[in-house]
Every structure is written in structure tokens, then in C-alpha cells.
Ligand binder design. Structure first.
Ligand SMILES: *Cc1c(COP(=O)(O)O)cnc(C)c1O
Length: 429
């Protein structure tokens, strides 16, 4: 990439959550292999982000590449309306097999946010079919569910620039974020406000929507499994649907294949995305029970009202299917357990640093929360100089590396964070 390419980028191309007038620097990556991103000038960076939870098998995996190449030679895409094809059937068969038994019906869509829209529409149509006007969602503070308008309405109003959209988004019901942490002793009081909100709005609530166990982009917090068990029980009692957004947590990241397993619960609707294709293509899936699917289908509309143009894209399905096989062959449990141990050992000592507020680790996720927000551009440059790719936000510096990362590579990531939190100049105090 030439300097002209970079100035074109700066002048004409939006990046995620950036300004067009004061854009943050971007780093030109020309290739990626296993756990390494290669910059234009040849600099290798050890990847600590898995491209936002997605590239669990690392980059350029020969089996994933092969699955795509093979699929391209038969067809890259064909419409899903009135047509089906082997990659979609193979993938959905696998998804039905690895998720809880009750989740039988799969809706394939283009991205995580759309999977959330689909889940919310399923819940709304379910109640419409039952002749009840229920159009609100109950959710947890500190949550994140995507950037489309339906998904935005259930994102935490505090961390998601919600005030910008007041009067435009549907008004949902927000319970205080869980304070009882994953391995704390369970505190019954933590869930009382949630229970009150559910009881007080029981006639209006179509579904509870939440990220099980790990609240990701809304703050990287890990909460107590008892939260999920109790919510499942309350939803059952009231007949309210439970939507689990496992777009970030799915496929082993938290040490279980799905985070709901930490609590032994099954949602009525499950959203999957991000790591679904091993980080190669955009694809998501929303799974639901036969009961929900049949109720919707027997309703006045007679069908579920959604159908994206690129639904069930064969190329994405083929590579997703291969990624699931790879997950199994690679013994992800062992991979994630090893990363968890190393993150525990490497990051926990940072808790005593004056700039550090908290350190937490779950599965292949390591989080260092600082007292002050990071100076993004400066800290990013420092990380690149250290030969690592870590993308902090706000007061959070975190790692979620590809599962194939080596001990040495992970040490390098941990060393870079250790160095960063001893430099006050990287934080806005
Ligand atoms: C990333 C994410 C989404 C949105 O997925 P996109 O593919 O970015 O649209 C939704 N929910 C959770 C929990 C996520 O982490």
C-alpha cells in the first residue's frame, strides 16, 4: 500500500466508530497467517484480538481456505428463496447437533446484528401469533447486542451513545447490570431489581435478551451463572421467551462450547455469529425451538417475515461447516484451558499496579481494566512497536487470542500489556 492509498483511506473510508474529520491512525495489513498479522512494511504483529472474537483458528488456515476454494468451484452464491443446497444443510445439521436438543430450527443471516434483529422479530411474531400485544424486551445494563436499530434498543443506554437516539429507538426495559461476578459467592440481592422489573411488566415483555455470562463490548464483565439459572426459571414461570446472544461467547471462547452451559440452561432463541466461520466470512445463525417456530408459522402471517438476499450464502456455510469440524479436531477445550491458565498466571499480577483497577480471566478472554481511559492512538502505536496487535477501548485492555496461539506468542501479548500499564502517559488522567 502506498502513501496515496493511505491518504485515500483517510479521506474517503469510514472505519468502525471513527471520525471522518479526526480519524484515528489505521495500520495497513497486507496478509495474515496463523497468529500473525503482517504490516505493509513487513512488520509482524502477534494477534491478540482474533479480529473481534472471530478468527479462532488463526488466519489463512489451509482447511478453511480449501473449503472455500472447493465451494467457489461449484457456486459462491445462489438465492435461498425456493432453493436449498448442501453447504446450508450440512452446516445447519451440525448446528442443531452441537446446540441444546430443544433448539431445532435455524435461521441463517448475514451478521451478528441481523441475527439479533431476527431473534427479536421471532419473539414479537410469537406473541402476535398468540394474540397478545407484547412488544418490549427486558435486558441487562452493560449489554451489547449490535449496531442496527433493533439491536441498539437493547444495548446498554449508558455505554452505547444511547442518548443520541432518544425518541427514535423502541424503549426497552433495562435491569441494573449484574454485580455478582462469575466466581463470587452468589448474592440473592443482586437479581432482585431484575425480578421486580419482570413482575411489574410481565404483560408487556415479549422476551428477555442477554449475553450469557460474558458481557462483551459493553464492558467485558463476567457475571454469576446463578443469574442465568434464575432468569430461566422466571421466564418459564411467566411464559416469557429467553434470547441468548452468544455471538461473542459461542464456540468455546469462555471454556464451554456455549456460555449457557456454565449455568446448564437452554434459551428459547440462540444467536450465533462472529467465530461461526472461523473469522473468514460474515454469517450468523439464529436457532429456536420447534414450539416457537410452529407458533410463528401457525400465526396470522403464516410465515416468519424475514429473508435477506444473501441468506444461507453457500461459501460462508461451507467454511462455517469446516470451522466446526476443525474446532472438534483441534481439541478446543484443551486449547482454551491452556490459554486460560497462561492468562491467569500472566495478567493476575498486574492487579497490584496503581493504574490497574481490576484483572479478570475467563476461558480464552483476559481483561485488564484500568482506572483511566486509554489514549487510543498512543497506546495502539506502543503495542505495534512491541510487535503485537491489541485494540483497547475506554478503560479496557483485553486479549482474546486465536485458540492456536503458542505459549511464546501469548507471552509476548502479556508482556506488552504489562509494559503498557506501567506507563501513565498512555492514560488520560
Ligand atoms: C459483535 C456482537 C454483535 C453484533 O455482531 P455484528 O456481526 O458486529 O453485527 C451482537 N451481539 C454481541 C454479543 C456481539 O458481541
Amino acid at each position: 500500500m502506498t502513501p496515496a492509498d493511505l491518504s485515500f483511506d483517510q479521506r474517503h473510508i469510514w472505519h468502525p466508530y471513527t471520525s471522518m474529520t479526526q480519524p484515528l491512525p489505521v495500520y495497513p495489513v497486507i496478509s495474515a497467517h496463523e497468529c500473525t498479522l503482517k504490516l505493509n512494511d513487513g512488520t509482524p504483529l502477534v494477534d491478540g484480538m482474533s479480529s473481534w472474537w472471530a478468527a479462532i483458528h488463526g488466519y489463512n488456515h489451509p482447511r478453511l481456505n480449501q473449503a472455500m476454494k472447493q465451494q467457489i468451484d461449484s457456486m459462491s452464491h445462489v438465492m435461498f428463496g425456493g432453493i436449498t443446497h448442501p453447504p446450508a444443510v450440512d452446516l445447519c445439521r451440525k448446528l442443531v447437533a452441537i446446540t441444546p436438543e430443544e433448539l431445532e430450527c435455524v435461521f441463517l443471516a448475514d451478521s451478528g446484528s441481523v441475527a439479533v434483529e431476527v431473534a427479536m422479530k421471532m419473539a414479537l411474531q410469537y406473541w402476535q401469533a398468540r394474540g397478545e400485544k407484547r412488544h418490549r424486551f427486558l435486558t441487562l445494563g452493560g449489554g451489547y447486542h449490535g449496531d442496527t436499530t433493533g439491536a441498539m434498543s437493547v444495548c446498554c443506554p449508558k455505554n452505547s451513545m444511547h442518548s443520541l437516539w432518544q425518541g427514535y429507538l423502541a424503549e426497552q426495559i433495562f435491569a441494573p447490570a449484574p454485580t455478582c461476578r462469575f466466581d463470587d459467592e452468589w448474592n440473592e440481592h443482586d437479581i432482585v431489581p431484575f425480578a421486580r422489573l419482570m413482575a411489574g411488566n410481565r404483560q408487556d415483555i415479549a422476551a428477555v435478551i442477554l449475553e450469557p455470562i460474558v458481557q462483551g463490548a459493553g464492558g467485558m464483565r463476567f457475571y454469576h451463572p446463578q443469574w442465568l439459572r434464575q432468569i430461566r426459571r422466571m421466564c418459564d414461570r411467566e411464559g416469557i421467551l429467553l434470547i441468548a446472544d452468544e455471538i461473542a461467547t459461542g464456540f468455546g471462547r469462555t471454556g464451554k462450547l456455549f456460555a449457557c452451559e456454565h449455568a446448564g440452561i437452554t434459551p428459547d432463541i440462540l444467536c450465533l455469529g462472529k467465530a461461526l466461520t472461523g473469522g473468514t466470512m460474515t454469517l450468523s445463525a439464529t436457532l429456536t425451538t420447534r414450539h416457537v417456530a410452529e407458533t410463528i408459522s401457525d400465526g396470522e402471517a403464516g410465515c416468519f417475515m424475514h429473508g435477506p438476499t444473501f441468506m444461507g450464502n453457500p461459501l460462508a456455510c461451507a467454511v462455517a461447516s469446516e470451522s466446526l469440524s476443525l474446532l472438534e479436531n483441534n481439541d478446543w477445550q484443551q486449547q482454551v484451558a491452556r490459554i486460560e491458565q497462561q492468562l491467569q498466571a500472566g495478567l493476575t499480577p498486574l492487579a497490584k499496579e496503581p493504574l490497574v483497577a481490576d484483572v479478570r480471566v475467563l476461558g480464552a478472554i483476559g481483561v485488564v481494566e484500568t482506572h483511566y481511559p486509554v489514549k487510543m492512538a498512543e497506546l495502539q502505536r506502543f503495542f505495534v512497536e512491541q510487535g503485537v496487535w491489541i485494540r483497547p477501548f475506554g478503560r479496557l485492555i483485553y486479549l482474546m487470542p486465536p485458540y492456536i496461539i503458542s505459549t511464546q506468542e501469548l507471552d509476548k501479548l502479556i508482556a506488552a500489556i504489562t509494559a503498557a500499564v506501567t506507563h501513565p502517559e498512555f492514560f488520560s488522567q
